[in-house]
Design a protein around this ligand. Structure first.
Ligand SMILES: Nc1nc2c(c(=O)[nH]1)N[C@H]1C(S)=C(S)[C@@H](COP(=O)(O)OP(=O)(O)OC[C@H]3O[C@@H](n4cnc5c(=O)[nH]c(N)nc54)[C@H](O)[C@@H]3O)O[C@H]1N2
Ligand SMILES: Nc1nc2c(c(=O)[nH]1)N[C@H]1C(S)=C(S)[C@@H](COP(=O)(O)OP(=O)(O)OC[C@H]3O[C@@H](n4cnc5c(=O)[nH]c(N)nc54)[C@H](O)[C@@H]3O)O[C@H]1N2
Ligand SMILES: [Mo]
Length: 785
């Protein structure tokens, strides 16, 4: 893959070989595109794939043992694969992708001092991202040596000293940014934000700025909670379930169990997605290994709606229109008692919906009136409805409006705060929701900060901090000079890869706390540190003994996680210990007992219990067999919005169709064999893809119109909707797929180069990762070199 804007630069990105390497394993061999998978999701394909991964990582036995302790609160560790809640009745609550994820973490390979002595950073910059991670687990702190262009060992004390000294020398603490990837534990998250705020900044960008910022803002505005209100028990009781913009089989595979059970008991499960993903058909329930032997597939869908990209709001509004129509003849359709007692803004919403014409709704949703009416009939017939969504909804310009519209529809029939109902965002990283709960937030409320200050005896800054996209901009303007990455792979995850990389390399100091080598270590600041940490599967031994950490799942349940494996290296430190080390070296007159906290994490939880609402008695609650669910007023119909009621929103219907006829809307998504920026293989089994990542799915008619044949080499040029700037990738292959006309799809992070740093939603500040306006043309190069 060639990145035009990066040609000739040396920011640590791959510039030349291998020509088609992209960021995954090199793809020089033959590739294949067979169309969508026709077998049930999970099942034998998954079992074979798991076997291959375990073998590849040479972990067949330990891998299996680890699997049995996965997702067993108290006794085992919480799977870092996703945020789907643990099913309490299931003894082996695992999935193919969770196993891949954990096995990748438990590799026997090591990126140790001998590895770094053998390779210069310039040399590593030309490795694929797959190859970088494949080097194995990091083993000791390393510092960049500009004389030799090698990372060389440094002691923990010296590493902390370098950070402390650099941070203290800044003109303002706001010249530092503290990024988090959502797998950080609650305890580490709390310490991390406490450190940033004691230092004096709210610059806490996180991966949530790229996934569910829109959901959080919308739900807060509508019902005064940043989270979904449905629990797993609710999922088990609903009779209609709408799933918008989620690729469940790949990204939340344990959700398949819930979907299959819903269909099995006669519930309606409607998937809304421009693609028909494999979960939208059939599955073998991931933990029912016996079913695999009997080939007993279960349906996971009763209907699919192939919406236009960004067309979800129009669909929901159309459904609301049908509900109001029905209410005109039968007022009992609406839950009038609920609406009167608990909501505000209904009349204006009704007027808005009634004023939306079918022509407009049909055009903007990309669905027929009959389809929309069909979906509405299901909603009308259902006593208990859950609407769930993920990135297909949130990573759009109108993500906030769409999530609020979802809540509007739910409110009409009182589908909130009642068993079997509620809005349900499907979260990404395993603890991304807990990060926010514990204070990772660049714009916290005054109430939150005041409480933190009172309990911890600090004076938090009140200025709004930088989020992800503004951190990148700040690196370029010189406003951000120090970047600390607590996990993650910022350079590849953020938009506009070369621009982000240039920003990162302009920093005075970059610090990456990681388990494995990745691009964000290779693209580094003037001074750079790699600090290796314990992984979630490993034992964390501190002065008071073996420590557990806790995590919050997508449904607000908090549970303990206890690692059991011997750490990958004796020099690793836990994330809380690394944060405390940095804090003690930086804050010369700190009021926080950092060392006490690290000696015994119960002490961190004791102070968290005093700061965080609903965490009173944290240490006791979290030790209950299944932990505890954080109380949520909205779940009890206590809506703490400014009006004290659930608030209907009144967003105008957005135009999501490009003006120019030759422009397509491109979405970037994950393959089945990847975990965000970590690429396991170049295959995507459920979409029939083998050994290729540098491609774009297109509708057959759009291909024909452009003179593009199956597998042809194409160039993709993106034009920013915000500033008109253009970006491109060349020599991708076009593949025909069942996808609505006018849309296209390809993978993150290879296509992040197309997303301009200004291309973020005005509503959520989220990068427009599912709405890139592109022109696709046959490539001048014709053949891939
Ligand atoms: N194995 C695995 N698990 C993961 C991850 C991983 O990389 N690998 N990542 C984790 C993270 S951090 C997150 S945030 C989640 C992400 O989980 P998903 O949201 O499932 O992630 P994507 O792969 O981006 O898939 C987006 C889905 O939305 C659809 N879509 C795109 N545009 C639209 C639209 O306009 N409307 C609708 N209705 N649908 C649309 C796409 O076709 C696709 O099915 O998964 C988490 N779990
Ligand atoms: N175009 C496009 N871009 C996207 C998206 C998209 O849909 N489209 N999705 C966005 C989303 S939803 C997200 S969440 C971001 C993901 O962004 P990030 O969270 O920043 O990226 P990851 O790929 O999850 O991070 C992988 C790295 O985390 C480190 N790591 C793994 N385990 C641990 C651990 O236990 N501790 C520590 N400290 N480090 C660990 C390893 O070094 C590994 O290389 O990407 C975003 N970018
Ligand atoms: Mo995410």
């Amino acid at each position: 893959m060639a990145i035009d804007s990066n040609e000739g630069s040396a920011f640590g990105l791959m510039t030349d070989a291998p020509r088609q390497g992209g960021f995954g394993p090199a793809t020089t061999g033959p590739w294949e595109s067979k169309g969508a998978y026709r077998h049930p999701a999970a099942g034998w394909g998954a079992a074979i794939s798991v076997g291959e991964v375990l073998l590849r990582e040479r972990e067949p036995i330990i891998g299996t043992k680890a699997m049995f302790t996965m997702n067993h609160p108290g006794r085992g560790f919480d799977c870092p694969g996703c945020a789907w809640p643990d099913d309490q009745g299931v003894t082996l609550d695992i999935c193919e992708n969770g196993i891949k994820h954990v096995t990748w973490e438990m590799t026997r390979e090591r990126a140790d001092r001998a590895f770094f002595a053998a390779h210069t950073v310039a040399e590593l910059s030309q490795w694929t991202d797959h190859a970088l991670e494949k080097a194995g687990r990091l083993t000791e702190p390393m510092v960049y040596d500009p004389e030799t262009d090698h990372y060389v060992p440094i002691s923990w004390d010296d590493a902390f000293g370098l950070i402390g000294e650099t941070l203290r020398r800044l003109d303002s603490p706001d010249q530092a940014a503290f990024y988090t990837s959502g797998r950080l534990s609650n305890e580490a998250s709390f310490l991390y934000q406490l450190f940033a705020r004691e230092l004096g900044t709210n610059n806490l960008p996180d991966c949530s700025n790229m996934c569910h910022e829109a959901s959080g803002r919308a739900l807060t505005a509508s019902i005064a909670t940043g989270k979904g209100t449905a629990s797993l028990e609710d999922w088990a009781q609903c009779d209609a379930l709408f799933v918008l913009g989620v690729n469940a089989a790949s990204n939340a595979p344990r959700m398949l169990t819930t979907l299959a059970e819903a269909v099995d008991r006669g519930a309606q499960v409607i998937h809304v997605n421009p693609l028909i993903e494999v979960a939208e058909t059939r599955t073998i329930v991931p933990h029912e290994i016996l079913d695999m032997a009997r080939f007993k597939a279960t349906d996971t869908s009763t209907g699919n709606l192939q919406v236009r990209p960004g067309g979800d709001l129009a669909l929901i509004r159309g459904m609301a229109k049908v509900v109001f129509e029905a209410a005109a003849t039968d007022p009992t359709v609406l839950d009038q008692a609920f609406l009167d007692a608990y909501t505000t803004g209904l009349d204006d919403y009704r007027a808005l919906v009634e004023a939306s014409g079918w022509d407009e709704l049909v055009e903007q949703s990309g669905l027929s009136e009959a389809d929309i009416r069909g979906a509405a009939e299901i909603y009308l017939a259902s006593e208990r409805t859950i609407i769930s969504w993920c990135l297909g909804v949130s990573q759009h310009e109108h993500g906030v409006d769409t999530v609020r519209e979802i809540v509007n529809l739910l409110l009409l029939k009182g589908n909130i705060g009642r068993p079997g109902t509620g809005p349900a965002p499907v979260r990404g990283h395993s603890n991304v929701q807990g990060n926010r709960t514990c204070g990772i937030n660049h714009h916290p409320t005054e109430e939150w900060l005041a409480k933190l200050d009172e309990v911890c005896g600090i004076r938090s800054p009140r200025e709004r901090g930088l989020d992800t996209v503004h951190t990148v901009a700040g690196m370029h303007s010189g406003e951000v000079k120090v970047f600390v990455g607590m996990g993650g792979n910022f350079v590849l995850a953020a938009p506009d890869t070369p621009f982000t990389a240039a920003g990162m390399s302009s920093c005075e100091l970059t610090v990456q706390v990681s388990t494995k080598l990745n691009r964000s270590h290779i693209v580094h600041g003037e001074k750079a540190l790699i600090l290796p940490c314990l992984a979630r599967t490993e034992t964390d031994q501190q002065r008071a003994g073996r420590q557990s950490i806790s995590m919050e799942d997508a449904m607000s349940s908090v549970q303990l996680s206890l690692g059991a494996r011997r750490p990958a290296s004796a020099h690793l430190r836990s994330e809380p210990a690394i944060i405390a080390g940095i804090a003690m070296a930086t804050l010369t007159d700190t009021v926080t007992p950092w060392q006490d906290y690290i000696d015994d994490y119960d002490r961190i939880r004791d102070v968290m219990a005093r700061v965080l609402p609903g965490f009173e008695g944290y240490n006791t609650l979290v030790r209950q067999r299944y932990g505890f669910r954080i109380p949520q007023p909205a779940r009890e119909r206590d809506f703490r919005t400014p009006s004290g009621r659930a608030e209907f929103s009144h967003a105008p219907l957005p135009n999501v169709i490009p003006e120019e006829a030759d422009v397509l809307v491109l979405q970037t998504m994950r393959s089945h064999d990847q975990w965000n920026t970590t690429i396991y293989t170049n295959d995507d089994r459920y979409r029939g893809i083998r050994n290729i990542r540098e491609f774009v799915f297109m509708n057959r008619k759009d291909m024909r119109e452009r003179g593009i044949g199956e597998g042809d080499v194409v160039d993709i040029v993106a034009t920013s909707v915000k500033d008109g700037s253009t970006r491109s990738v060349r020599a991708f292959r076009a593949l025909e797929y069942n996808i609505p006309r006018g849309s296209a799809a390809g993978y993150m992070p290879e296509l992040n180069v197309l997303i301009g740093v200004n291309d973020f939603s005005a509503q959520s500040d989220q990068p427009l990762m599912k709405d890139i306006r592109v022109r696709i043309t046959p490539s001048a190069e014709r053949e891939v070199a």
